[in-house]
Each structure stands twice: as C-alpha cells, then as structure tokens.
Ligand binder design. Structure first.
Ligand code: HEC
Length: 95
C-alpha cells in the first residue's frame, strides 16, 4: 500500500506540474525511464527550444528523421545523437 500511495502521489504531482517546466516536474516526467546516456543528453539538450517531446510522442520509424534534424539544432556530437536516438526509439510510441 505504501508503494501504491507514493505512486498516486507521484501521479498527482506529475499531473499538477504538467503545465510548468519546474525541475520537480521534469524529474517526475523522466523518472519512468531507466537512466542512460541518451536520457541525460535528451534531458539536457532537447527541452531548450520547445517543451520536451517525449519518446512516446512519436513512433520508432519517425524518430530517426526527427533526431537527424534536431541533432543539428541542438548541436549534438555523433555519439550524443546516437545515444538520443537509442533512447527515443526504445521508448517510442507503438505505431
Ligand atoms: C535550437 C532549437 C531546438 C533544439 C535544441 C531542439 N529542437 Fe526540436 N524542434 C525545434 C523546432 C523549431 C521545431 C518545429 C519545427 C521543425 O520541425 O523544424 C522542433 C520540432 C521538434 C519535434 C516535432 C517534429 C515533428 O515532425 O513533429 C520533435 C519530436 C523534436 N523537435 C524533438 C527534439 C529533440 C529530441 C531534441 C534534442 C535532440 C530537440 N528537438 C532539440 C527546435 C529545437
């Protein structure tokens, strides 16, 4: 029950903060993904010009084209780009 309680609290927090870009809201939004290089690059670079477009907002087949374009905008190195692509395709929308 304790876990369920914290999950519900988290859900309320995520919901309540979804209109802001506070660090707590960002933390909550990203806590569902396991830590990886791609996740940290994404967090650092991909929320600067627009709100985060999270992995599940696009399909695995559309991400490569988008990341290509965005990597240039975000000035990612080849390694960072590959890491971000792996991160977003792994958690991409099903279809
Ligand atoms: C320098 C600013 C900038 C940065 C940094 C940036 N973006 Fe974007 N992004 C844009 C702009 C502007 C658009 C909308 C116009 C367009 O598609 O070019 C956009 C659009 C998008 C879209 C919607 C594309 C579509 O076709 O629906 C996604 C997804 C996206 N960005 C993801 C990312 C990711 C992932 C990163 C990090 C690698 C990132 N962006 C970094 C400026 C940026």
């Amino acid at each position: 029950m304790k876990t369920l309680g914290s999950l519900m609290l988290l859900a309320i927090l995520v919901w309540g903060c979804s209109k802001s870009t506070s660090p707590a809201a960002t933390e909550a939004a990203f806590s569902k993904y396991e830590d990886s290089e791609g996740k940290s690059v994404f967090r650092e670079k991909c929320g600067k010009c627009h709100r985060y477009k999270l992995p599940e907002t696009h399909t695995a087949s559309s991400w490569p084209g988008i990341v290509d374009k965005m990597a240039r905008k975000a000035k990612l190195s080849d390694d960072q780009k590959a890491a971000v692509l792996a991160f977003v395709t792994k958690h991409a929308k099903a279809s």
